[in-house]
Design a protein around this ligand. Structure first.
Ligand code: NAD
Ligand code: 2HG
Length: 470
């Protein structure tokens, strides 16, 4: 586990890498119980900006599920937030109960934050997906209720690419089967249908962070790389982008999926696609369980068309670790799948390395803290990206207004009218679809003005949510 010093160093390098300004101070969400309490301000030694800090930090409640890395827990504890940590995901009923009062929730891929669940969240400000995928969250609904969602877009990409590379070789050499045989006392020294990967073609579907990392690794093993993507992407090394999925399928010895779970990628590989593949080729999937139609894959393996598969993700996955959790009740075809030769199955561990989890913990916890403390939404996946530079140390009586609203004409006029008794030091506003987000630093604000500003903004017809930081 990383030491506090290591976390600090990693956090510092993360902050400078993403170039997020502002203060590391402590803040809360809305002018509730403790907003008038006077808490000493903390100041960043390096940036010399003023820490925004309206309320007692003890008011901020963070719910962390699915064994989110301890680096995140330490960052949130360091901010003075109240952290409730769970190793596994929760049932929908438990989640609804727990989400009621919290300001932030941190999850990985198992927890479904649906509209039904989010409707019960009364104080929620931000969601952190401590992973790449965000399909488990209803992003549109979250934005609609003014909740920003952050993820970690690439901290585990290398880990996934390395796992896939290992599996490409394992499939080519039937390593899974040989290992299982040895574990049961069987010595089976065979070369038939075992291959080198050198000179073979790897077909990558989705040439994003993971697909492109994998491309570099595969070429280092002497493989040729083809990729198919819905956008035109510059090839790394000597990889070649192909214009159709069929072309990739018909020319590749190994086909691997690295696309997000969307309506378009549902059953992207099904019976017709397996039929279009080379005889004796291999299929890998470490993206999402919806991307491959597994019953059709089973038929293609049984028919001898596909020589093996490596799967890390499934349409339904167990909520927690444990013996017997991966069974036909979860997905009706599991016993059939496990009985087939050259099938490598892993429990969604593509991104599960110490390096990736620690980096994800730091990245997402830092972004969540910056959003809670300063309102900075840069890097959010469902929100307009807005940030303001930090306040100078000597600025007194300054309030930061965070106003999330419906994207309709007339808002700025109304809001600036409310703020007009004060000096607007700086202001930034952006929109994304129906949602818009305005940040403004206003000066010459007495403590007694704060509640009045809040009430006036709260009464505006366009408002989705408001926070005032000072
Ligand atoms: N197994 C794991 O532990 C693990 C870890 C990380 C990510 N993932 C999954 O892998 C997915 C990909 O990750 P990434 O970081 O490379 O994402 P990314 O967004 O960087 O890249 C995805 C690529 O897929 C392309 N794409 C989208 N729809 C497509 C389609 N219909 N056909 C072809 N290409 C399409 C996009 O244009 C993009 O280039 C994630 O969405 C996540 O669900 C799994
Ligand atoms: O850690 C997880 O649960 C998810 C890993 C991976 O699928 C991701 O989306 O990053």
């Amino acid at each position: 586990m990383a030491s506090p010093q290591q976390i600090n160093n990693l956090q510092n390098s993360f902050q400078s890498a993403v170039n997020l300004g502002g203060s590391p101070g402590i803040v809360s969400t809305s002018p509730t119980q403790s907003f008038m309490s006077s808490v000493p301000r903390r100041v960043s030694a390096s940036r010399q900006t003023k820490a925004l800090k309206p309320f007692s930090t003890g008011d901020i409640k963070i719910l962390l599920l699915e064994n989110v890395n301890q680096t995140a827990v330490e960052i949130f504890n360091g901010q003075g937030y109240q952290v409730e940590f769970h190793k596994s995901s929760l049932s929908e009923d438990e989640l609804i109960e727990k989400i009621r009062d919290v300001h932030a929730v941190g999850i990985r891929s198992k927890t479904r934050l649906t509209e039904k669940v989010l409707k019960h969240a009364k104080n929620l400000v931000v969601i952190g997906c401590f992973c790449i995928g965000t399909n488990q969250v209803d992003l549109d609904y979250a934005a609609k209720i003014g909740v920003a969602v952050f993820n970690s877009p690439f901290s585990n990409s290398r880990s996934v690419a390395e796992l896939i590379m290992a599996e490409v070789i394992s499939l080519a050499r039937q390593l899974g089967d040989r290992s299982i045989e040895m574990h049961t006392g069987t010595w089976n020294k065979v070369a038939s249908k075992c291959w080198e990967v050198r000179g073979k073609t790897l077909g990558i579907i989705g040439y994003g962070h993971i697909g492109s990392q994998l491309s570099v690794l595969a070429e280092a093993f002497g493989m040729q790389v083809l990729y198919y993507d819905i956008v035109t992407i510059m090839a790394l090394g000597t990889a070649k982008q192909v214009s159709t999925l069929d072309k990739l399928l018909s020319e590749s010895d190994f086909v691997t999926c690295h696309v997000p779970a969307t309506e378009d990628t549902k059953n992207l590989l099904s019976a017709p696609q397996f039929a279009a593949m080379k005889d004796g080729s291999y299929v890998l999937n470490a993206s999402r369980g919806t991307v491959i139609d597994i019953p059709s894959l089973i038929q293609a393996i049984k028919a001898g068309k596909i020589a093996g598969t490596a799967l890390d993700v499934y349409p339904h996955e167990p909520a927690k670790n444990g013996a017997g959790a991966f069974n036909d009740e979860l997905n009706s075809w599991i016993s059939e799948l496990v009985s087939l030769p050259n099938v490598i199955l892993t429990p969604h561990i593509g991104g599960s390395t110490e390096e990736a989890q620690s980096a994800i913990g730091i990245e997402v916890a830092t972004n969540l803290s910056k959003y809670i403390n300063e309102g900075a939404s840069v890097g959010s996946v469902n929100f307009p990206e807005v940030s303001l530079r930090g306040l100078d140390l000597d600025q007194e009586n300054v309030v930061r207004v965070l106003y999330i609203h419906h994207n309709v004409p007339g808002v700025l006029k109304t809001v600036n009218n409310i703020l007009s008794n004060h000096n607007i030091e700086k202001q930034f506003s952006d929109s994304s679809g129906d949602i818009a987000y305005l940040m403004a630093d206003i000066s010459s604000v007495n403590q007694s003005d704060i509640k009045d500003i809040y009430d006036q903004l709260n009464a505006t017809e366009y408002k989705i949510s408001i926070r005032l930081l000072y």
